[in-house]
Design a binder for this molecule. Structure first.
Ligand code: EPU
Length: 339
């Protein structure tokens, strides 16, 4: 196992800022995960697992421990029946190539999550979602190295405690599990309307009347590329803020004051309010704060234009959070994890 030292985390995160990792290694098998973890533990070093780095922000002081870069490959059909196919996917696979492969197999369930950067193993951590699908809808189980028990465990969907952009992996059990593979059960049926508003609007506009996994994938790729900056060209980490969640009693008051405010019913008496809309209404869309640009197409995305480090991003973030709070009495929260 090759271990590298003093590696700039800005080269491994799509926001492209932050200090160095003291140690970094790549793992290509579950056994290498165990080896890397035990090595770090023997030296009392903290461990952080990195996938594509598209939802992780590195701090300026860097990471005084071992970064494990997840590179475990794999894509295999493990069950197949009349209506569904179940696939097991290595945590290090690139998420979008997994989506493409399942769409090519005419399987439905993750096609609306096309063109999301990152790795398959990172998807359950923040319960990745887009255009009406989230990984919690199709994930049957996953295999992880349980660092507490020093053994591999299979966690079922319900063990992951998924909710909007949340799971045990970034909440109650943060740092405990290293996901090595995920198992998804996908449908052989064609995707059925009703579709997510933005998707339906696209279909109407482009005269699309045949809904297949492929037409959905292509539509999503088109919508995303028109709204979300490509991290390869403009450093960013997708939605920088989670959408705000408000209770129904708060909603009435907000709607009164802002009749045009878009909202999504979460079905449990709570409503999502798009942070992009809140930031735009607070007058920040397109502005540059401390070298960080609030994206002018969707204000929920922050672009690192000329930040000199994490401290600039943190100041910009805090100003945005405070401005939104002062205007709407809503506290928006950062989505990416920090190392
Ligand atoms: N809006 C504005 N101004 C803005 C941004 C949005 O008015 O600057 C309005 C839009 O017009 C629309 C609503 O807000 O009415 C929602 O916007 P959009 O459909 O673009 O989606 P979003 O809520 O900003 C979420 C996810 C995205 C995901 C899209 C599509 C979060 C934090 N973000 O964005 O996920 O791709 O829905 O499903 O949940 C990510 O997490 O990194 C991400 C990109």
């Amino acid at each position: 196992m090759e271990i590298h030292t003093n590696i700039p985390l800005k080269n491994f995160t799509t926001m492209k800022l932050g200090g160095n990792a003291r140690f970094m290694t790549e793992v290509r098998t579950p056994e290498e995960v165990v080896e890397a973890y035990r090595n770090a533990k023997a030296q009392s070093l903290p461990v952080f697992v990195l996938g594509g780095g598209s939802n992780v922000i590195a701090k300026d002081e860097g990471f005084n421990g071992l970064i494990i870069r997840m590179r475990i490959p794999g894509f295999s059909v493990i069950a197949d029946d009349l209506n569904s196919t179940t696939v097991q996917i290595g945590a290090g696979e690139e998420w979008d190539s997994v989506v493409k492969r399942t769409v090519d197999m005419r399987l439905s369930g993750i096609e609306a999550m096309s063109a999301i950067p990152g790795t398959a193993g990172a998807a359950p951590v923040q319960n990745v979602g887009a255009y009406g699908q989230e990984i919690a809808d199709t994930l049957v189980s996953l295999v992880a190295y349980d660092t507490q028990a020093d053994s591999f465990v299979t966690l079922l969907n319900e063990n992951c405690e998924f909710s909007y952009r949340q799971s045990i992996f970034r909440d109650s059990q943060i740092g405990r599990y290293i996901i090595v593979s995920i198992t998804l059960k996908l449908s052989k049926n064609l995707p059925q309307p009703p579709f997510y508003d933005a998707l339906q609007a696209y279909f109407d506009q482009h005269d699309v009347h045949i809904f297949t996994q492929e037409t959905i994938r292509n539509a999503v790729i088109d919508i995303r590329s028109s709204k979300l900056p490509d991290p390869k060209l403009l450093p960013n980490s997708g939605s920088f803020f989670k959408n705000a969640i408000v209770e129904d009693w708060q909603l009435a008051e907000l709607k009164n004051a802002n009749p045009d405010m878009p909202t999504y019913d979460m079905g449990d008496g709570r409503f999502k309010v798009p942070s992009g809309w809140l930031i735009e209404q607070a007058g920040l869309k397109g502005q540059v704060l401390h070298g960080i640009r609030v994206n002018d197409k969707n204000a929920v995305v922050l672009i690192n234009e000329s930040a000199t480090g994490y401290h600039d991003l943190a100041e910009a973030r805090n100003e945005i959070i405070n401005t939104v709070r002062d205007k709407f009495k809503i506290q928006i929260e950062q989505e990416p994890l920090e190392v």
